[in-house]
Design a protein around this ligand. Sequence first.
Ligand SMILES: C[S@@+](CC[C@H](N)C(=O)[O-])C[C@H]1O[C@@H](n2cnc3c(N)ncnc32)[C@H](O)[C@@H]1O
Length: 281
Amino acid sequence: MLSYRHAFHAGNFADVFKHILLLQLLHSLRRKDKPFCVFDTHAGAGRYDLHALAAARNREFAAGIGALWPAPVLGAELSDYRDQVRALNPDGALRYYPGSPWLSRALLRPGDRLLLTELHPGDYPLLKATFAGDRQVAVHHADGYASLKAFLPPPERRGLVFLDPAFERRDEFERLRAAVQTIHQRWPGGIVALWYPILERIPSQRWQRQLQELGIPAILCAELGLQPYDAPRGLHGTGMVIINPPWQFDQMLGRLLPELLERLGGGVHGQTRLDWLVPAP
Ligand SMILES: C[S@@+](CC[C@H](N)C(=O)[O-])C[C@H]1O[C@@H](n2cnc3c(N)ncnc32)[C@H](O)[C@@H]1O
């Protein structure tokens, strides 16, 4: 039973974090001429109207993209991200927010491809309509985990698998771990980005220890925390694990994370983390 709808959370601080990192991964793929493929396993609706009832309910975007929107000056990565959101809002008022498929599509070059899977019966038709007639984007009403074997490795042999699950299920970390094994067996050279929430500290730490035991080299972990991790239930922070990160991605994150924390108002409880779970060879 799928009840999560990303429309309620679009543009919140976790989206800002994940989408800036996604854009930086895409920019790194564009540095070489050879075509690449992006597989976004949990695609959502593609783009979101922040004036719609869902987003307006809790206005989560106000503390996310809303906090960056009016800033007079931003560092390079934040500015690049905001430019992508601005491109969807040409009249200058923040109304539409790009989901990960929209951002990936914006950075495809003519020979590149985007594969999308989305399982929700409400979000899939929205996603399908967003990319109707676009020959570089394939949209599937399918389980992203179950589709890994069908779609990997891509013929391009260059690219990214972006896994951004809803964490509605208690076994989501387990499913991500299994997905990492499948992806690595089929496509050891692919970049893999796994988003996760920090609700309680222990499950994500346990999962990261399990990833360290898989025998996979080059696993980087970045986190942004806004609330104390031992606070009562809620989204206290967010993280991303990146397997095969691009050259010097850690250095870029070392600059970006403190700026992001400051911009999003981390306050006394704010914290960032940047660690190699397994070093690059
Ligand atoms: C966090 S949202 C994705 C947001 C999107 N990646 C973005 O950044 O704009 C997670 C999405 O995964 C979908 N979903 C849940 N389980 C899935 C599965 N097994 N396969 C594919 N999609 C799934 C949900 O319906 C939801 O739309």
